[in-house]
Design a protein around this ligand. Sequence first.
Ligand SMILES: [Zn+2]
Length: 307
Amino acid sequence: MNWTDVAGQDRAVRILRSALVRDQAHHAYLLAGPAGVGKELLARVFALAANCEAEPPEARPCGVCSHCKAIARGNFPDVMWLMPQAEMVARGLISRADLEAAPSKEIRVDEVRALAKRLSFAALRGRRKVAIVTPAEAINERAQNTLLKTLEEPPPATTFLLLSANPDALLPTIRSRCARVQLGPVPEEVDPEHRPFLEAAERALAAADERDALDVAEQHGERDDALRAALVFQAWTRDLLAAQSGGQLEHRELQALAAEIGQRVRPVALLGQAQVCSEVIEALEQNGNGRLQLERLFLRTRELRNG
Ligand SMILES: [Zn+2]
């Protein structure tokens, strides 16, 4: 099992792999994408590479060291899985007969607490504790609030991987604490023809007053155009986050601009920007007003970056 096994998700692989090679993994990633796209495989390879003993880091996972073998067997104390009981029964990890009640389809607060407790201890064998939550949208709301406390004060050398086909079902506060890694066939490529739009948007975001931002919103105010613009800006936001965590951009012609923005904008502002993108896209998909939604996108992004 290796990075190359995660077919068709080069971009997601690159982000996670380079974060580990540089020893700069975030404390939480949201692996978002439709069912069957490779989220779980990617999470497994991440857990292997994060704890593999091979040198140099580029050689991880090697698949043959004792850590790799133990993780592949599901027998490594620093790689933890959290899933609903019903899912564990379906996978044969627990027996239906062991449960007093019908297996829960939700991840519950006591289960999140137990995970948080295990994570509060130092890694037992590995370098990095990896907690894989699947599907993350199964965490019920109360348990999400419990998880949020752990994400706000993450234990050292720990990475959460939240896997979700429906990330909008998660609390915005959870999403904003995670670096989002998008998998799957989504319109996320920064097409060369989008370059003038992104350059104009970035100029407007850096301008002294709001007028330029309002102008850009008006130019793309027709709803379908606004939705395309928001999707392109969302992909760009992912590129900015990738650049900041040492990943590579899909399109090198914007590398210099991304590097410059990555240096002056804080990661938390970019995560907030990603969140605003999601909200605006959702509103536009539900027939929101194009110009108003783009104004919201740009004005909120300006606030986040200047705040
Ligand atoms: Zn290994």
